[in-house]
Write a protein that binds this ligand. Structure first.
Ligand SMILES: Cc1cc2nc3c(=O)[nH]c(=O)nc-3n(C[C@H](O)[C@H](O)[C@H](O)COP(=O)(O)OP(=O)(O)OC[C@H]3O[C@@H](n4cnc5c(N)ncnc54)[C@H](O)[C@@H]3O)c2cc1C
Length: 459
């Protein structure tokens, strides 16, 4: 943990970036220390990659499609903002995956294999015996190797691949286990067998929530996929309004280009100089932060720029309901199925109030930078996959492509070393903190939790 900055009174805090991380940091900070003066800098629009658009009477999300609530953070924030009734859980949440061209249901836990395909019978047995395995034998390893050793090759290649593509938009071989699952890893250090690790996690997680969230938030929380009436931008809009209404928070729509990080810290845009600040939070991608440090701390700037990122494309495809109707929330593709897309999310099934009644709307993720391909080329790649998967012959009524360059950090072994190196270099700047998805993991509710924890611990 970083050293606490000791304030005498009324600290001046700068937050660079009004994505979900920057906005929630400002919210928790202003609630905790109402005397602090908080300035949020944003070069573009509030929300960052969170952005909902209305297109052909449907609500499309160009960034995250939904929030996966794995903790009470989203529920608590919505309660505080008075928008709990606008939070909508997914109607249909069954997830399927493709295995040897067949559609199978993702097991609800790792012992329930609700299919009788021979290829998976082995994994079912392996999962059962895995509970008794000594976890101390697993050293630092990739997620793939860990799954393969424990549950077998088929499990790692299919369900492991599906999970990592869904949660991290990365291939399973690229996910470093210890840096991406730190709680699991530390539980494994203290427990003998996987069975004990599982019961330890079940016990410690609710205890941790009790220390971080209100009892009402914990009581109102239900793990699920969530969107909002009005899409995810509604959360940003309401958070923005709540912050604007506070006397101690204000926004500056300026692109920050440099920092003076001595005792009296200043930030500058092209035209203006801002400061002085007692503390500055960077709530932005590492590569953007690298530009700001370029002329004042070259080693830190270089290190921030070194983070390996990769791009994804979000493609919406709208069909007449009479041409295609399938149940479930999503159908994910392990890499060995050799399709271009990571999978299809049936957004119309999950959040039907967001699309016209007669349309079946899906959202697909296609990895890669793909700047050589036109939008039509990208759509045609997805159509080939759809034909293979659903034997469709017609074309969709419409399609829409959103390109997200450098969207996700590549969370392989080099990620852990990169983060350790950044933290070492930040020791030269006790009053600087980095938050956001490049530093705290990719999911929205995970970011909400990590940001809340950071403000509780360090401010
Ligand atoms: C395509 C895609 C799909 C995703 N799907 C999901 C999903 O389904 N579910 C889920 O939970 N998560 C998903 N995620 C992850 C999630 O959206 C992100 O982790 C999260 O939104 C990142 O928020 P952030 O605040 O860290 O960063 P950002 O949203 O990137 O915000 C950073 C902000 O900083 C601003 N900024 C940058 N440089 C400067 C500067 N110099 N001066 C001032 N301002 C600056 C930017 O304009 C931006 O507004 C997805 C992400 C992407 C890209």
């Amino acid at each position: 943990m970083r050293i606490n900055y000791l304030y005498t009174f009324m600290a001046k805090i700068g937050i660079i970036g009004a994505g979900i991380a920057g906005l929630t940091a400002a919210w928790h900070l202003s609630e905790k220390n109402p005397d602090d003066e908080i300035t949020i800098f944003e070069s573009d629009r509030k929300g960052g990659v969170v952005h909902t658009e209305t297109y052909e009477n449907a609500l499309l999300e160009s960034g995250p499609g939904f929030a996966i609530a794995e903790n009470p953070a989203l529920h608590e924030l919505c309660q505080n903002l008075g928008i709990s009734e606008m939070l909508i859980p997914a109607k249909d949440k069954k997830i399927f995956y493709r295995n040897q061209s067949y559609q199978q249901k993702v097991p609800s836990d790792f012992l329930s294999f609700e299919n009788n395909f021979l290829s998976f019978l082995g994994s079912g047995f392996n999962s059962f015996f895995a509970l008794k395995k000594k976890v101390s034998l697993w050293g630092d390893t990739s997620l793939f190797d860990m799954l393969k050793t424990t549950f077998g090759q088929t499990y790692a290649e299919t369900l492991g691949s599906v999970y990592s593509r869904f949660a991290f938009r990365n291939e399973v071989e690229n996910i470093d286990f210890s840096s991406n699952f730190p709680q699991l890893k530390s539980s494994m250090k203290s427990q003998e067998t996987l069975k004990n690790v599982v019961s330890d996690m079940k016990k410690t997680r609710p205890e941790y929530w009790k220390s971080l969230y209100s009892p009402e938030a914990i009581a109102g929380f239900k793990p699920d996929f969530y969107s909002f009436k009005g899409g995810l931008s509604l959360l940003i809009e309401k958070l923005g309004e709540a912050l604007k209404a506070k006397d101690n928070v204000h926004f500056e729509f300026e692109k920050i280009q440099g920092i003076k990080a001595e005792a009296n810290m200043h930030l500058n845009s092209k035209k203006k100089k801002f400061g002085s600040f007692d503390r500055i939070l960077f709530a932005m991608p590492a590569t953007d932060a690298a530009t700001i440090w370029k002329s004042t701390d070259k080693p830190l700037s270089q290190k921030l720029a070194d983070l390996k990122k990769h791009s994804v494309n979000v493609i919406y495809s709208a069909w007449k309901k009479k041409d295609i109707q399938t149940s479930g929330f999503a159908y994910y593709m392990p890499r060995k199925e050799n399709l271009s897309v990571y999978g299809m999310e049936f957004i119309g099934n999950a959040f039907p109030e967001q699309s016209p009644d007669d349309m079946f709307i899906m959202r697909m993720i296609l990895p890669g930078e793909l700047s050589m391909l036109s939008d039509e080329d990208i759509v045609s790649l997805t159509e080939t996959d759809l034909k293979k998967t659903f034997s469709l012959t017609d074309k969709p009524t419409w399609s829409k492509v959103y390109r997200q360059q450098n969207a996700y950090a590549n969370r392989d072994k080099s990620y852990k070393k990169w983060k350790d190196d950044v933290n070492d270099l930040l020791k030269n700047h006790q009053n600087i903190t980095m938050i956001g998805s490049d530093f705290h993991g990719p999911g929205l509710t995970n970011l909400l939790e990590q940001t809340k924890q950071l403000i509780a611990d360090e401010f």
